[in-house]
Design a protein around this ligand. Structure first.
Ligand code: SMG
Ligand code: MG
Length: 373
């Protein structure tokens, strides 16, 4: 029997990781990756969590300054008493609406502390069955088709198990056609619209059906479960939801309505790894495939995502590319990809340690919040 966790203090760090090149999606251009790391100091030791919100509220409502404020002023104070285990974190924070990425960072850090105290890996705790997972890569919107083809060629040569192209109105059928023409029909290929279309674009989107895509990810707005169900009836390509799925509750509604056949699970979008597992379990029980999405996390978030991606219902390659695909350096030791796969971390907790040099370089600012006693 291990004592309950008592959080003494938390260190909130804003880190900035430079990107090799800007990452362009239908909602904007990311030139660097700013995110918030949480380090908890407790009676049982330390743990790390990552809040993968963006610098601006353009993907969800969360953003760096808001995440810092909600962590400091509203979430950490709710964790001031003894915490019996990681499963008690979400209920303790439930009084605060939304802010799922910030909540997920705290649950992740508590998992890290608690699992280290038990010498158990996150992968084992979640029920991962694989020791290595297939890795896909997400390719942003390019200015030209030749530029895109050169990028895709490089990623195929690096051995990625699947290619995802970002699309938006004006950059959809032509780039997909060009990639198929150049690299053939055998490349596992999918597209992600990040909510850039409306149901009135159904005909345009149906033109993608001839390319044998694995899926079309989040074509319509996040609230459009009913419209996605209608679109699903008009396309042969399976629909996958990302932004629309913030909880197991949303997943149940999407499945009941027929809004998707596949779900992208991002722990930061759904409030944490335990909710992510519940979504996996529900989807699996209903024959809905899931895969692990990415929010350009640092090595901490990527480590935890790899653990999740080891669960049996994760039947499609995830957006879990090694961090050096995006960044010149990371805040943990970098993961290596071999044959399109990365090993699931096996060490206790998240299974990764901070790299003091990378962490020092990336840290833009930090503050300490006193939590208990
Ligand atoms: O982490 O490799 C990654 C990025 C994967 O394309 C990716 N994520 O909607 O699925 C998505 C996007 C959101 C990126 S926001 C920075
Ligand atoms: Mg997406």
């Amino acid at each position: 029997m291990i004592d309950p966790i008592l959080i003494e203090r938390a260190e909130l760090r804003v880190i900035t990781l430079p990107l090799h090149r800007p990452f362009v999606t239908s909602f904007g251009v990311q030139r660097e990756r700013e995110l918030v790391l949480v380090r908890l100091f407790t009676n049982l030791g330390e743990g790390w969590g990552e809040c993968p919100s963006l610098a601006e509220p353009v993907y969800t409502h969360e953003f760096t300054a808001g995440a810092l404020a909600v962590l400091r002023d509203h979430l950490l104070p709710r964790l001031a008493g003894p915490i019996a285990g990681p499963s008690r974190v979400a209920p303790a924070l439930a009084g605060v609406k939304g802010h799922r990425a910030a909540k997920s960072a705290l649950e992740m850090a508590v998992l890290d502390v608690w699992l280290r105290a038990r010498s158990t890996s996150l992968a084992d705790h979640l029920g991962a069955e694989r020791t290595r997972v297939a890795v896909g890569v997400s390719i942003g919107i390019h200015e030209t088709i030749p530029g895109l083809l050169a990028d895709v060629e490089k990623k195929i040569a690096e051995g990625y198990a699947r290619i995802k192209l970002k699309i938006r109105p004006g950059w959809d059928v032509e780039p997909v056609r060009a990639v198929r023409k150049r690299f053939g029909d055998d490349v596992p290929l999918q597209v992600d619209a990040n909510a850039a279309y409306a149901l009135s674009d159904a005909r345009r989107l149906a033109e993608l059906d001839e390319f044998g895509l694995l899926l079309v990810e989040q074509p319509l707005a996040e609230g459009d479960l009913v419209q996605h169900a209608e679109l699903a009836r008009r396309l042969r390509t399976p629909l996958c939801l990302d932004e629309s799925i913030e909880s197991v509750h949303d997943t149940a509604a999407a499945i009941a309505l027929g809004s998707c056949r596949i779900v992208n699970i991002k722990p930061g979008r759904v409030g944490g790894y335990l909710e992510a597992r519940r979504i996996h379990d529900l989807a699996r029980a209903n024959g809905v495939a899931v895969w692990c999405g990415g929010l350009i996390e640092s090595g901490f978030g990527r480590a935890a995502n790899l653990a999740l991606a080891g669960l049996p219902g994760f039947v499609l390659p995830g957006d879990t590319s090694p961090s050096l695909h995006y960044f010149p350096f990371d805040v943990t030791a970098p993961f290596e990809m071999a044959d399109g796969h990365i090993d699931v971390p096996a060490g206790p907790g998240l299974g990764v340690e901070p790299d003091p040099e990378g962490l020092g370089r990336a840290t833009a600012r930090r503050e300490t919040v006193v939590v208990g006693r």
